[in-house]
Design a protein around this ligand. Structure first.
Ligand code: NAD
Length: 440
């Protein structure tokens, strides 16, 4: 099939290469010419495991190409996936839908044959219906353009795997034809036995925001438990293990720490609550405000713990922040808890150095006040405190004894409870964890 993917960011670039891998002819479209030039030249514009290989394969096969031209896209595709950003509006909790509207306004007037426009971006419920009306209004008579929704559940760091082998496919459609087209698009994925959920537009939009709200709630729940554990000397990891054995609860997403961030969960729960308020049912989702508050409080708690470890004063102390990205195996620093904490430390006068295996280029441009250090060894040398905030594998492989020899004071705050605390303590480190006692 001939498919366009409009918006080639973290979601769209991966979707485009995976659609080519699935055997389709794919045209990736973005308004960012630098991104399109990079992709067309075989350079992944961001770090995502497996993306460079599939990009090279797609370009070599001749089935994958890129453009900035919406009219070219309209001529090319039978199916147009909308993968543009839906960030938080400045000064409001609501989602900013202007990129989606702009993408449809650029595409629809050029459509001239039957096609399906499929939204993948995460949106407030009701957006798909509004965009369907816009497509109908702007597409020339005879274009017979339909709109469907197909929310995306990929995780950065696992995006290729999640796209090729998702745990479910959800489509919101208004008729059988759209569903039939989407079944053809996803035929290789469906052949793996992937569950297929076909529903109306509104439900498909809600599946995504509900899923993200549930995940965010799970993380804030365990972080709230971590606060109680800290106040009582209890151990949040043991607690999570014990409740996680109950299959109704499950162990995943119950790791206490500095909390969630990134370009999705924080803005999605806020936009969901804002949309519920617009619909007059805001109180049903008021709990999401608490989920957000508990989450943001972990960042402040981490700074408090750092200050306490340093004897009550951060000014002039050298703190090395291990990890800048909001999660490992990504270069994405959007709303990263690590960088938020780093900025808070800086504001209190600490000398902050940040290390990250993949996220430093983005950090330098978005946080010019932070000192970014490429070498992990140099980043740790002379530190008064190591603050582990992104659980990269590389940090788990550090030799605590070796690092102890280069720092000024062997103080470690593991804001992800992910390092082998016993090993660090045995090497002479004073270790502080979130929600659990430090090892003896
Ligand atoms: P992103 O910012 O990385 O990418 C968005 C891309 O859209 C950018 O490259 C931008 O230049 C392009 N764009 C904006 N307006 C355009 C237009 N009018 N025409 C063409 N291109 C345009 O964002 P992302 O992380 O890929 O997220 C995209 C959407 O997918 C969001 O709604 C997000 O919530 C959702 N989503 C993201 C993920 C994820 O892990 N990143 C997972 C699931 C869903």
């Amino acid at each position: 099939m001939r498919i366009t993917v409009i918006g080639t960011g973290y979601l769209g670039a991966v979707h485009a290469v995976c659609m080519a891998k699935a055997g389709h002819e794919v045209l990736g479209v973005d308004q960012d010419a630098a991104k399109i030039d990079a992709l067309a030249a075989g350079r992944a514009p961001f770090f995502e495991p497996g993306l460079p290989e599939l990009l090279a394969e797609g370009l070599a096969s001749g089935r994958l190409s890129f453009t900035t031209d919406a009219a070219e896209a309209a001529t090319f595709g039978e199916v147009h996936f909308l993968c543009v950003g839906t960030p938080q509006q400045p000064g409001s909790n609501a989602a900013d839908l202007r990129h989606l509207h702009a993408a449809v306004e650029a595409l629809a007037p050029h459509l001239h044959r039957p096609c399906l426009v499929v939204g993948k971006s995460t949106v407030p419920v009701g957006t798909a219906a509004a965009l369907a009306a816009k497509v109908a209004e702007l597409a020339p008579v005879g274009a017979a353009a339909e709109l469907a929704w197909n929310p995306e559940f990929l995780r950065e760091g696992f995006a290729v795997e999640d796209t090729l082998r998702p745990d479910r496919l959800v489509v919101g459609v208004t008729g059988e034809h759209a569903e039939e087209v989407l079944r053809r698009v996803y035929a290789p994925v469906l052949a793996l036995g992937t569950p297929w959920i076909s529903t109306d537009l509104a439900t498909s939009e809600l599946v995504k925001t509900a899923a993200n709200s549930f995940l965010a709630t799970k993380i804030s729940f365990i972080n709230a438990m971590a606060e109680i554990c800290d106040a009582t000397g209890a151990n949040v990891t043991t607690l999570a293990d014990a409740i996680g054995h109950d299959v109704r609860i499950g162990r995943r997403f119950l790791d206490a720490g500095v909390g969630f961030g990134g370009g999705c969960l924080p803005k999605d729960i806020r936009a969901f609550h804002a949309r519920a308020q617009e619909l007059g049912v805001g109180s049903a989702l008021d709990f999401l405000e608490h989920v957000d508050t508990v989450n943001l409080r972990q960042r402040a708690r981490t700074v408090d713990a750092a200050r306490e470890l340093l004897g009550g004063e951060l000014a002039g102390r050298r703190v090395t922040v291990l990890g800048a990205t909001f999660k490992p195996d990504s270069d994405d620093i959007r709303d990263s808890p690590s960088l938020h904490v780093a900025e808070l430390l800086l504001a209190e006068g600490a000398e902050v150095r940040v290390h990250d295996p993949e996220g430093l280029a983005n950090t330098k441009s978005a946080h010019p006040g932070l000192e970014c250090v490429e070498s992990l060894e140099d980043a740790c040398t002379g530190a008064d405190l190591l603050l582990h905030l992104t659980a990269w594998q590389q940090y788990q492989e550090l030799d605590p004894a070796e690092v102890a020899a280069s720092v000024r004071t062997p103080l470690l705050l593991d804001g992800r409870n992910a390092l082998d605390a016993g090993r660090w303590a045995a090497a002479g480190w004073t270790v502080r964890l979130l929600g659990k006692p430090a090892p003896a």
